[in-house]
Design a protein around this ligand. Structure first.
Ligand code: ACO
Length: 319
């Protein structure tokens, strides 16, 4: 199985480029689109441009087919429920259930795989929810990125796979998606973490997000005493992500047989920089989330904040 996976992941690109809405984006990796798309079974010749409907993510080899599809008036938004809408930033988030919207979810996974290499992409979409971020205008809701999440994660993952489409990267959407995943964890009253391994870009984005949020809590809360337990309860970060980030920021000091969190001048400077940039960034407004957890009837589990964070700490680190 793992050999087969490796083969799939290392295969040569079979699609050169996609056209999605206003953009053409060069594919980064192979994606296992269905064989019907390659009638000659001659995968040596990659498809030069694959045309995607930006609302349904249906895909076509020829632009005329896509135009005919648009003439049939597909819905101008992703399927599922709009669980977030911000009229100032014109951003919306849709929650799509993999069981109810199999075709859309599958299309989303195939498209995502064009830009993800290290992950086994789940082709069984049933166990997942997909959170699709869109920019809204008078033509409809235009997908800019998404993340997926297991409906139930034994490992306490609150995000399985994240993607900002290349045309929208480095504009803050990655951090928006990450922030959204933690806002949902807060509503679930759980700690959460992204599925590992993270890609290099995933590590950069998470590293920056964790640092920004932890520095903000430590410096702005006005509290002199904050434990790792407190930090995890406030942020919904798992203890090991919190501790690792504090270590990277050089804030954990060993003193008289104990670890202390000690705010350095360097950390204050970093915090100031984050604050200065924040004003221009797209951030999640939690008051605009309208959502109930998928497993709202479920009893608390080991990742629930009250019961778990302490246990996680005892296991993971003495800090
Ligand atoms: N080079 C250097 N820094 C980068 C880069 C880059 N290419 N891309 C993002 N960053 C940094 C940004 O500077 C920012 O940090 P800062 O706020 O301290 O400046 C931080 O990462 C987040 O930037 P955003 O603009 O919010 O992120 P973006 O919208 O570009 O999305 C993402 C990040 C989702 C990882 C995107 O690069 C992507 O989709 N990559 C391809 C798929 C992928 O690798 N996904 C992660 C897999 S791991 C997993 O799924 C659990």
């Amino acid at each position: 199985e793992s050999l087969r996976e490796h083969e799939t992941v290392t295969k040569v690109k079979n699609i050169e480029m996609i056209e999605l809405g206003r953009f053409r984006m060069e594919a980064w990796y192979f994606s296992p689109y269905p064989p019907e798309l390659f009638p000659n079974a001659d995968q040596k010749n990659a498809i030069p441009i694959l045309y995607l409907c930006e609302f349904t993510l249906k895909f076509f080899r020829h632009k005329t087919e896509l135009q005919r599809h648009y003439q049939r008036n597909p819905p101008r938004h992703p399927p599922g429920n709009e669980i977030y809408r911000d009229d100032k930033t014109m951003l919306s988030m849709f929650e799509v259930d993999g069981t109810q919207e199999k075709v859309y979810a599958q299309n989303l996974c195939w498209m995502a795989k064009l830009f993800l290499d290290h992950k086994t992409l789940y082709y069984d979409v049933d166990p997942f929810l997909f959170y699709v971020l869109c920019e809204r205008d008078d033509r409809g809701y235009h997908i800019v990125g998404f993340y997926s999440k297991e409906k139930h994660s034994e490992s306490g993952y609150n995000l399985a796979c994240i993607l900002t489409l290349p045309a929208y990267q480095r504009k803050g959407y990655g951090k928006f998606l990450i922030e959204f995943s933690y806002e949902l964890s807060k509503l679930e009253q759980k700690v959460g973490s992204p599925e590992k391994p993270l890609s290099d870009l995933g590590q950069l984005s998470y590293g920056s997000y964790w640092s920004e949020i932890l520095l903000n809590v430590l410096i702005e809360s006005g509290k002199e005493h904050l434990s790792i337990y407190d930090l995890c309860s406030i942020t919904s970060f798992k203890a090991d992500d919190t501790i690792q980030t504090l270590q990277k920021l050089n804030l954990l000091k060993y003193y008289s047989g104990n670890y202390l969190i000690y705010i350095t001048d360097e950390a204050r400077e970093k915090h100031k920089k984050y604050q200065a940039r924040k004003k221009n960034q797209k951030r999640v407004d939690p008051t605009k989330i309208h959502w109930t957890p998928y497993e709202s009837g479920r009893k608390s589990d080991k990742w629930s904040i009250a019961s778990k964070v302490r246990g996680n700490l005892d296991q993971d680190d003495e800090a």
